[in-house]
Ligand binder design. Sequence first.
Ligand code: C2E
Ligand code: MG
Ligand code: MG
Ligand code: MG
Length: 280
Amino acid sequence: RAKAEGRGRFKYFSEELTRGARERIALEARLRRAIAQNELRVHYQPQVEIKSGRITGAEALVRWQHPEEGLIPPVRFIPVAEETGLIDAIGTWVLRETCRQGKAWLDAGMAPVTLAVNVSPYQIRHGDIAAMTAKILAETGYPAEWLELELTESALMEREGEAVEILQRIRALGVRLALDDFGTGYSSLAYLKRFPLDVLKIDKSFVDDIPHLRDDMEIAATIVAMGHTLRFKVLAEGVETEEQLAFLVSQGCDYYQGYLKSRPVPAEDFLKWLVPLSSR
Ligand code: C2E
Ligand code: MG
Ligand code: MG
Ligand code: MG
């Protein structure tokens, strides 16, 4: 009986695996088509400078505008894109589209804001991010100083030997660098202090339970202090409440991003926060 059960279970798992693999392949094909048919969109989430209360930047976040299924969030396709390498094409597209949009806003007379674009571990592993970025900046005419690339600790640690060099090559273009989801990876302080970064982004998971969990509050406070010691700016992600913001203000955090200000919005809606240069 045990044997039969075991076999049954094996069969069940193998069917599951096959279905999983089949779904992945189908999603990959659909995603390829989506890229070709221009179904990807970039939404922009404001980043607020705490001391002035001004929106000084935005994070570019990809979505898939599916003709029947509506807006599909990145958690549903980025992992497969990462596995299959399609993230390369998606990442390049997002960077180009964001620079194109940023240039259009500048040409319309808006004061510049920093546009932050996510770079995936796959792109660090397989591509030359600095060369790709240089090419897109040249193509679009968007100024390097208003672009920020967000990288994760794990992507950098995978390439420990070359990480500093990769960062330096990007920095040499005049592009800023942010370390995303900080605190969830495993970079040691020894590495962190050698990374030429501009911004540390405190992961949302440390912000969620402020002001209820002492440990998370202490971690957030420590990241702010440590970031400042290393001469980085510190941005808190996922800020949803006034209480969370008040705590971050009390700790001297520099920027925040979160639903408290706004969810990510389409470019047309982000325009309402841009200020014409002439009115400043
Ligand atoms: P991330 O880079 O850490 O981006 C922040 C995520 O937190 C975004 O989710 C944003 O909508 C969400 N968020 C911001 N504030 C709040 C808040 O107050 N509450 C809650 N509940 N969520 C908040 P989103 O847009 O779904 O993106 C998820 C992840 O997908 C991103 O995390 C990033 O890792 C990845 N991703 C998105 N766009 C791209 C892209 O163009 N390239 C790559 N490689 N990854 C991307
Ligand atoms: Mg990010
Ligand atoms: Mg993040
Ligand atoms: Mg995150």
